[in-house]
Design a protein around this ligand. Sequence first.
Ligand code: ADP
Length: 364
Amino acid sequence: MTEADILKALSNVQEPDLGKDLVTLNMVKDIVIDDNEVSFTIVLTTPACPLKEIIGKASENAIHTFVNKNAKVNINFTAHTTTNRKDALQLLTGVKNIIAVVSGKGGVGKSTVAANLALALAEGGAHVGLMDADIYGPSVPIMFGVRGQRPMMREMNGKGIIIPLEKYHIKLMSIGLLVDEKNAVVWRGPMASSAIKQFVTEVDWGELDYLVIDMPPGTGDIHLTLMQTVPVTGVVIVTTPQPVALADAKKGIAMFGQAQINVPIIGLVENMAYFTPAELPNNKYYLFGKEGGKKLAEEYELPFLGQIPIVQSIREGGDTGVPAMAGDDVISQEAFRTITNIAVRNIAMRNANMINTQPVAVPS
Ligand code: ADP
């Protein structure tokens, strides 16, 4: 066995999402051959890569088929999260991907999805930040149990800069950590917009694979400010299945799809999709209507990330500072992992195939 044999064999293995082989994609590193044994590293597009096992199995098969059927194959996995940032902005320079979580309406679970998406990404080994941009209803302090804690400041290039709090390996920032929550509610447009700008320019986010932004509900000034200020990789839209929520979700889809804005939609999440009582685990009750979110995604030809059931512990965890992904309810965790896996695949595909992200130029 030679290194050339191994590379030739691995050039038959496709990265299923990107549609190219591992060698062309430069994903194979550090090949070491010792008699009948070969070791090498596969560099994935994200630490949370859901295709890890498939790619590993296919690589082993390729070596057995094309090189030596008795070879012992050891594969290490590392990840280099992809980005498509090529902007020259001096903003969030260490942040590879920016995911804005939005909803047409309040109360549909946008903050819950943003928090658990962040946790599921971090569970896979990614460096993750969560920016609570829901100025009028900040929920990160309660959801992460950090209410009353104040972030520290430090000086950088003669300027004061805020160090985000950290909990469950997530860097956190929220207006609720800086001012009394009751005061933030009465802020008006320009103040809210400037607070958001401050979150981007004066917070030390450091090196992140993903910065998740919990946006305010609806489609307003803050959305425009943010889209104009930072190069958002894409948005995740959260809705519940009932028609009133779907009608508002459509407004969100329309806003982000507008020609001047045109921020890609990573996918749609249907929250509170059904209820399953603990004593009847095989029953699903569609309290808010069946598959409204899924059908909306089909109608608008958007990627569907998945359904999240109504689970009492999701609500309880959110209120007690232990989001579902940090708790012990396996069913809700599976649902959040599924949506996260599809989201990271969509982001990796976008990074591989699409033009680079730029902040949106909207006349203000
Ligand atoms: P939004 O950010 O859209 O206003 P939140 O994430 O704050 O919504 O959720 C509103 C309320 O619904 C919270 O109390 C939250 O814990 C609860 N909730 C959200 N999703 C679920 C779910 N799947 N199951 C049970 N409760 C949920």
